[in-house]
Unconditional design. Structure first.
Length: 78
């Protein structure tokens, strides 16, 4: 079962960090710059570590080019 959350991203940060703002909203800091999809990959990696799920279970659903993104967390494996 997957869960959708809203993520606000801060790129070019000095550290990689995930902070829960509310039960469905998070703030993520990543080192990567927002070019060539690098920041999106870094956000997915950070969220996968934070939620302790495989990287393949984290997908950006909406907002790939925006600072605020809708992200799906969780695998629908049977």
């Amino acid at each position: 079962m997957s869960r959708r959350i809203v993520v606000t991203v801060q790129t070019r940060a000095s550290r990689v960090h995930v902070m829960e703002v509310s039960s469905s909203e998070y703030k993520v800091w990543v080192h990567a710059a927002p070019e060539k999809n690098r920041a999106n990959r870094a956000v997915c990696d950070a969220l996968a570590r934070f939620f302790n799920v495989p990287r393949r279970c984290v997908h950006i659903v909406a907002g790939a080019t925006a600072r605020r993104k809708m992200v799906s967390i969780g695998c629908d494996d049977a």
